[in-house]
Design a protein around this ligand. Structure first.
Ligand code: DQA
Length: 151
């Protein structure tokens, strides 16, 4: 991870995650993205800045991954439904990890317990790691993984 800017982490969220709080609370809980930001900031305790963003736009998400490459910034990525079919997003995410920058794929739910189309992730194969099924805890665990001292 040498050369990686560990002063900031990009926490990138794909389509429909802007509706967290009211979207299928039985699956995703009743907390929204500002609550997630507050949780991550509390966990980070000033050690790393939390730059949390959400978009429904595949192109915008890809642009943010280019930004991660160009600024050597680690990424926590919830690709949402793009997880299951966006080869364009996969290719952009591969630019991040191929540059030696960590990218942790996260999911609030455990997609493997859900519909069959959710069992495939086209992102996991190029991610540094995958954490799913722990609600907002998935993001918190991803942040902890980025803060671990290097082995
Ligand atoms: C999700 C799981 C995806 O299957 C779904 O399309 C989402 C959210 C999750 O966080 O559990 O939008 O990525």
């Amino acid at each position: 991870m040498s050369g990686v800017t560990m002063s900031r982490v990009l926490v990138l969220n794909g389509p429909n995650l802007g509706r967290l709080g009211s979207r299928e609370p039985d699956v995703y809980g009743s907390q929204d993205l500002p609550a997630l930001q507050a949780l991550l900031e509390a966990d980070a305790a000033g050690r790393i800045a939390i730059d949390l963003r959400q978009t429904n736009d595949e192109a915008e998400l890809i642009g943010w991954l280019y930004e991660a490459v160009d600024t050597a910034t680690p990424v926590i990525l919830n690709p949402a439904a793009f997880t299951h079919y966006s080869y364009a997003l996969r290719d952009a995410a591969a630019l991040v990890t191929k540059a030696g920058i960590p990218l942790v794929e996260v999911h609030i739910s455990n997609p493997h317990t859900r519909e069959v189309f959710r069992h495939t992730s086209v992102i996991s194969g190029i991610a540094s790691g995958v954490i799913a099924g722990f609600g907002f805890g998935s993001y918190r665990l991803a942040l902890q993984s980025l803060l671990l001292p290097e082995a």
